[in-house]
Write a protein that binds this ligand. Structure first.
Ligand code: PEP
Ligand code: MN
Length: 372
């Protein structure tokens, strides 16, 4: 299916890709290590990436980690490594800022592009502090989506930055955190990126498959999907020795593997007519994404059913517990009615779900019995 019209507006420029003034074709490519680890690592990666068509070099200098005591980045000293990498490769340089001091250090060092990370864009206070520190500058800024799936919060962060800076402000879609079992490190929830495009059609969006996928094997399908949706660019993490990276080792690629991945993508022209919020394609895309999440939720539910099956087996209980089943029906029926769904529909649906739960519980018990 041809989908490229959903997102793009065909205007890369990004201040003529940070004043290299070259005409850049979609997709804009940003790549480099998750974290700057040494001068040699940053400079070598930059040189390798410049040979493979990358437009902007990225590296994290201050790393916001979810838990303390992880590698928290090399700090300001690494800014000079980035500057050297720019000299060696000719690539403009980008890094993440999380507060006003970071912004000041980057502006002093002459960093070309800044981005606001997902752990920062959740906080209007933090975003405002950064926006204030950037006041009147024309450095291009990328705003990553906040960790959790809140479109307004993402839009708010973009608006705060746009109200103080004079340069271009772009969005980065890096997926949303989800609790429990999952295929992706961060659920893509493509419908939110599409929602942003509908609400702010003038804001270009690039996709960060590295942080969505969390592992190398999923990078290609995520990057391809982003291209099929017509996103304007890709941010992908690369490292000379990914296995031994100090952060995000599972998701980084060597520059050579990055080159292969980009070569293997099918990039369809993005010049098809733009679609509006009422367009069938956009609505179907959102529906696809919701169905995908819906199936993931059913998968998580069946995993719980298996665990319950195991518990029943250990306690010598029967699989079908009528009282519990009645309670399930009653509560769900109430929830469904509140959501405007008919009781018949939800009953039929629950019966099917229940049938599948019993099947997986049986499977679990049978395998337990055959092993015991
Ligand atoms: C990063 O780009 O290295 C990073 C920390 O990303 P995010 O803010 O999306 O987690
Ligand atoms: Mn990372």
């Amino acid at each position: 299916m041809y989908l490229a019209s959903v997102v793009t507006n065909n205007t890369i420029n990004l201040r003529s890709v940070v004043d290299g003034l070259a005409q850049v074709q979609r997709p804009l490519l940003i790549s480099g290590p998750c974290s700057a680890e040494s001068e040699e690592q940053v400079v070598n990666t930059a040189k390798e990436l410049a040979k493979r068509g990358v437009h902007i070099l990225r590296a994290g200098i201050w790393k916001p980690r979810t838990r303390p005591n992880g590698f928290e980045g090399k700090g300001s000293v690494a800014l000079q490594w980035m500057v050297k990498a720019r000299e060696a490769s000719g690539l403009p340089i980008a890094t993440e800022v999380a507060n006003a001091q970071h912004v000041e250090a980057c502006l002093n060092a002459g960093v070309d592009v800044l981005w606001i990370g997902a752990r920062t864009s959740v906080s209007p206070f933090a975003v405002q502090e950064i926006a204030d520190a950037l006041k009147g500058t024309n450095v291009p800024i990328f705003v990553k989506n906040p960790m959790h799936a809140d479109l307004s919060l993402w839009m708010g962060a973009i608006e705060r930055v746009r109200s103080t800076v004079e340069g271009p402000v772009w969005a980065i879609h890096r997926g949303f955190s989800q609790y429990g079992q999952k295929e992706y490190r961060n659920a893509p929830m493509w419908e939110i990126a599409i929602g942003l495009k509908m609400a702010m059609p003038e804001v270009p969006i690039i996709c960060d498959p590295s942080h969505i996928a969390g592992n190398r094997s999923l990078l290609h399908p995520v990057a391809q999907k982003a291209m099929d949706l017509g996103m304007d660019g890709l941010m992908l993490e690369t490292h000379p020795d990914p296995q031994n990276a100090l952060s995000d080792a599972n998701q980084q690629l060597t520059p050579a593997a990055f080159g292969d991945l980009i070569e293997s993508l099918t990039i369809r022209s993005a010049s098809a007519p733009k679609i509006s919020s009422a367009d069938l394609t956009a609505l179907r895309l959102q529906m696809d994404s919701i169905d995908e999440q819906f199936i993931e939720l059913l998968h998580a539910r069946m995993d719980l059913a298996r665990q319950i099956g195991l518990h029943k087996w250990e306690k010598g209980m029967t699989i079908l517990q009528m009282e519990r089943w009645k309670e399930v029906f009653d509560t769900r029926e109430k929830w469904a009615t509140r959501a405007g769904l008919s009781p018949e529909f939800i009953q039929n649906f629950l019966e099917q779900v229940h049938k599948e739960s019993i099947r997986v519980q049986n499977e679990e018990m049978t395998s337990k019995i055959s092993r015991s």
